[in-house]
Design a protein around this ligand. Structure first.
Ligand code: NAD
Length: 252
């Protein structure tokens, strides 16, 4: 793809004191992890995420919900960071200060090497007991559905389900960074899940320039200063390469 990056955007990034990137499921789509809003097969075709990723669904049928999460965990376990994840690592190196706020639960940003990641919706790789609250990393495949804690309580993925509050510290940090940045990227997010979607509005209200990278329009498109239409795995490497002279360029 021949992706041209506007010069004014490059200038804005070079002079920015603080850049924030909000990422969504579209950033991991090129790693083979389906988004929530595109038609897929398997469990995705049989259930709507809104019907499984809720506390009510877990209370009603914890075995089905945890099997669905295990299926997603196995997909994520096979996935590798793609050029979009790697370009965001480069962005962190090339801009003065970058905060990466993600709605993704797959930890591929961290696997790529991003340092400054705020997980707004938790992670698939930690599970928590609903009775005693113990939370720990869980990388091995689960064997029992639903999984049980040693205290006898049910264990659930440490992700944020529809209708649940976001982790307080992560949300406070996200609002703070959105209000403080000079350039705000919304990348691969449908911008319909709140409060994550609100962050772009907060940034604009505080004077930041808004950049959207997506394969199709979203509610943010008409508000953006720059809309880069295309796959994140193509647009972001082009953007990061354009930010620096060719002799310092590194392969993606
Ligand atoms: P979403 O599914 O609502 O939207 C995905 C967006 O990505 C869409 O706007 C789509 O047009 C865009 N997109 C698809 N492929 C793209 C590509 N290659 N490059 C750029 N854009 C692309 O996802 P969301 O906005 O992140 O919000 C929904 C919820 O989905 C979040 O709570 C998140 O936790 C959860 N989720 C996470 C993962 C993951 O961790 N990988 C996967 C699925 C869903």
């Amino acid at each position: 793809m021949n992706c041209s990056i506007p010069n004014e955007l490059l200038e804005a990034l070079r002079s920015a004191r603080f850049v924030v990137a909000l990422t969504g499921a579209g950033v991991s789509a090129e790693s083979g992890i389906p988004t929530f809003r595109e038609p897929m097969d398997g469990w995705w075709a049989r259930f709507r995420p809104e019907d499984l990723a809720t506390p009510e669904a877990f209370a009603r049928d914890p075995a089905t919900v945890t099997r669905w999460y295990e299926w997603r965990r196995q997909l994520c376990a096979k996935a590798k960071p793609n050029p979009a994840h790697r370009a965001l690592v480069q962005l962190e190196r090339r801009c003065r200060r970058v905060s990466l706020i993600t709605q993704n639960v797959d930890r591929l940003h961290q696997a790529a090497g991003s340092q400054n990641v705020v997980e707004l919706h938790g992670t698939l790789w930690e599970w928590r007991c609903v009775r005693c609250g113990q939370q720990r990393e869980e990388r091995q495949p689960l064997r029992d559905f639903p999984p049980l804690c040693s205290c006898g309580g049910l264990r659930r993925p440490a992700v944020v389900w529809f209708g649940e509050a976001l982790p307080e510290a992560a949300l406070a940090r996200a609002y703070h960074d959105a209000a403080a940045c000079d350039v705000f990227f919304a990348i691969g997010t449908s911008a319909v899940v709140w409060p994550a979607a609100e962050l772009a509005h907060v940034a604009r209200q505080h004077g930041a320039r808004l950049v959207e990278i997506n394969v199709r329009p979203t509610p943010l498109t008409s508000l953006a200063d720059w809309v880069l239409t295309g796959r994140a795995g193509e647009v972001l490497p082009a953007l990061v390469a354009a930010l620096q002279p060719p002799d310092r360029e590194q392969p993606f």
